[in-house]
Ligand binder design. Structure first.
Ligand SMILES: [Zn+2]
Length: 318
């Protein structure tokens, strides 16, 4: 077999976009496993959560919002710091960009490297990358733990329920309608990216999401989950992947095996159950690298740079 193309450079086929109405206030912009965007329409303003990767791509979200409301897009919420979620922000011209204090600290610490790394991994997801303004996307409001936003009479809760996909993960909760937007803490029919994850913490964070008893849930990738059974399946699938991957890596590391050997074993163990999920082959080298770090000596995720990405890929897939 020829070596796999780096990350998702060979993934060029466009996905079909859906704009799904979940309630009078909530919509999900989804695209067959590409990164999702959430839209909350309040009495007086619109909140967009996760922006798409470039302003040109965000333009398609705005077009769909304008099919359902002419209220101003006042707020953009970043569920976490990943470039593919934040670099489209400028298109919305929001009054405020909101993120957790932990997300802001990650943008400060590693935003530049992450931007270069993510654009290199997945060119299709950064369509019209030249439309991204120079520099980074900076939050104008930050919070720790919980923030309540009132869009007129509509209560919107921004919650940090624990670490998982990143240190700064924020979910958005509409308590009156029991609708939850999870960011990348939950995926559906899509492989969780865990290159910046906290494997030890992630399952407990999923417990905290489940404890809210969402009636509907919009994952970070994959279609909107519209029944309690679908929500449970989304949470369970994500939990199983995270737990299975970390267990496999921990046992390999404990046996003194090196990263390449652990990678081979783990991908063989997980492929039968999860190999059909989108971006499985893209995520596994990053996910196993991070899990191996966490199982050994690195409590916190190390910064990915474009150079480290390629080096790692060669070491594991070359
Ligand atoms: Zn992410």
């Amino acid at each position: 077999m020829p070596p796999k193309a780096f990350a998702s450079r060979a993934d060029l086929a466009d996905k079909l976009v859906s704009f799904t109405k979940l309630s009078d206030h909530a919509y999900a912009y989804t695209a067959e496993g590409d990164p999702n965007t959430g839209v909350i329409v309040g009495d007086d303003a619109v909140l967009v959560l996760d922006t798409q990767a470039t302003p040109v791509m965000a333009g398609d979200v705005i077009r769909r919002i304008r099919e359902v409301t002419d209220k101003p897009i006042k707020y953009v919420l970043l569920t976490h710091y990943h470039a593919v979620r934040v670099l489209g922000a400028a298109a919305y011209r929001p009054e405020h960009i909101i993120a957790s204090e932990d997300t802001l600290s990650l943008i400060r610490e590693r935003g530049e490297q992450d931007k270069a790394s993510e654009i290199g991994r997945f060119p299709r997801l950064f369509r019209s990358v030249e439309s991204v303004p120079p520099g980074l996307t900076w939050p104008t409001i930050t919070f720790t733990g919980k923030m309540t936003l009132w869009l007129g009479k509509l209560e919107v809760q921004l919650l940090q329920l624990g670490r998982g996909h990143t240190k700064g993960d924020t979910v958005v909760w509409l308590p009156a309608e029991r609708i939850l937007f999870s960011g990348d803490l939950v995926e559906y029919d899509a492989t969780p990216y865990a290159g910046d994850a906290y494997f030890t913490d992630w399952p407990a964070t999923l417990d905290n999401i489940a404890a809210l008893e969402p009636a509907k849930l919009v994952p970070g990738r994959g279609r909107a989950l519209q029944t309690e059974a679908e929500v449970a399946a989304g949470l369970e699938g994500t939990r199983a992947f995270v737990a299975d991957l970390f267990a496999a890596v921990k046992s390999g590391a404990a046996a003194g095996k090196d990263l390449r050997a652990v990678y081979r074993e783990t991908i063989d163990k997980l492929r039968p159950r999860y190999g059909h999920w989108v971006i499985f082959d893209h995520c596994m080298p990053f996910d196993v690298s991070r899990a191996y770090d966490e199982a050994t000596v690195h409590r916190d995720p190390r910064i990915w740079t474009a150079e480290r990405d390629v080096q790692m890929w060669k070491a594991l897939e070359g």
